[in-house]
Design a protein around this ligand. Structure first.
Ligand SMILES: [Zn+2]
Length: 103
């Protein structure tokens, strides 16, 4: 059976058992050391900032046909550190049960 949805729907679909992310992008404020996580950014939660409001994540609607509805925007006064951590580490931070990719 193949009922695999495309794009964001695929993430939500229980039919897609194989899709497990490997990495997570962290946006760390260099002023207050607060960390924002890329996966926390969704179309319905598209505006957030660090504790000191130096780093702000927002969204901007696409102006031409694309497979997504919004661009993620990042604004700041002092440049944040941007780096990747493993998805397993992200799960630990967020208290999510980590599901290992089947080989
Ligand atoms: Zn900050």
């Amino acid at each position: 059976m193949s009922d695999i949805e495309i794009g964001f729907g695929a993430i939500l679909s229980e039919n897609v058992e194989e899709w497990i992310p490997n990495r997570e992008t962290v946006i760390e404020c260099t002023e207050c050391e607060d960390k924002l996580y890329y996966k926390d950014f969704t179309p319905s939660n598209s505006a957030f900032c660090c504790q000191c409001q130096n780093v702000r994540v927002g969204s901007y609607p696409t102006t031409q046909p694309a497979s997504f509805l919004t661009y993620m925007t990042l604004t700041y006064k002092s440049a944040p550190k941007i780096y990747d951590i493993s998805y397993e580490e992200y799960c630990k931070i967020k208290g999510i049960e980590f599901e290992k990719k089947r080989e």
